[in-house]
Design a protein around this ligand. Structure first.
Ligand code: MN
Length: 198
């Protein structure tokens, strides 16, 4: 079995103007695809691992043989993180229901959550991701470097924001803060709530 680029559930232009169609196209069909291809290439050296889900590999990186561990962490992480990211993007949903209650309970208000999340995204040095995760049963905002994934720390992702330059540079260039602000218009809160309830 080889890993495959998952189908995108919407068209490249459906997040306009917040995330532009060209960025979506390049990000999905080039960047994400490259992670999938490189993960598959690494696993060719260890066919016994080819039937494992990428989640299984990432949740137990210590079991991955040393010669491909870095490749699995980077490219397997890239594959998992992007697959997750595409799912939590949609225009026009509202933070409501269980996830809204939990956010207010943890951060005091939605605005305070947005501020803390945005600060972590703005201050992340270099390439990486910012996440809202469940750590045990607690909500937590988390930064990860490169393509490191929260599931390798035994944390459950609820929201992901890709802050690699490839995620925003075509439209926003160096204006990362504008991209972060725009991101809050395309969080699929229905999906986030679904992940939260699981
Ligand atoms: Mn990316």
């Amino acid at each position: 079995m080889t890993h495959e680029l998952p189908k995108l559930a919407y068209s490249y232009d459906s997040l306009e103007p917040f995330i532009d169609a060209k960025t979506m196209e390049v990000h999905y069909s080039k960047h994400h695809k490259t992670y999938v291809d490189k993960l598959n290439a690494a696993l060719e050296k260890h066919p016994e691992l080819q039937k494992k889900k990428v989640e299984e590999l990432l949740m137990d990186l210590n079991k991955v043989p040393e010669d491909i561990k870095t490749a699995v962490k980077n490219h397997g992480g890239g594959h998992f993180n992007h697959t997750f990211f595409w799912q939590i993007l949609k225009k026009g949903t509202k933070c409501k229901a269980e996830i809204e209650k939990a956010i207010i309970k943890k951060f005091g208000s939605f605005d305070e959550f947005k501020k803390q999340f945005s600060d972590k995204a703005t201050t992340l040095f270099g390439s990486g991701w910012v996440w809202l995760v469940l750590n045990k049963k607690e909500l937590e905002i988390l930064q990860t470097s490169n393509q490191d994934s929260p599931i390798s720390q035994n944390k459950t992702p609820l929201i992901a924001l890709d802050v690699w330059e490839h995620a925003y540079y075509l439209k926003y260039q160096n204006r990362r803060a504008e991209y972060i602000e725009a991101f809050f218009n395309v969080i699929n809160w229905d999906k986030v709530n679904e992940f939260f309830k699981k």
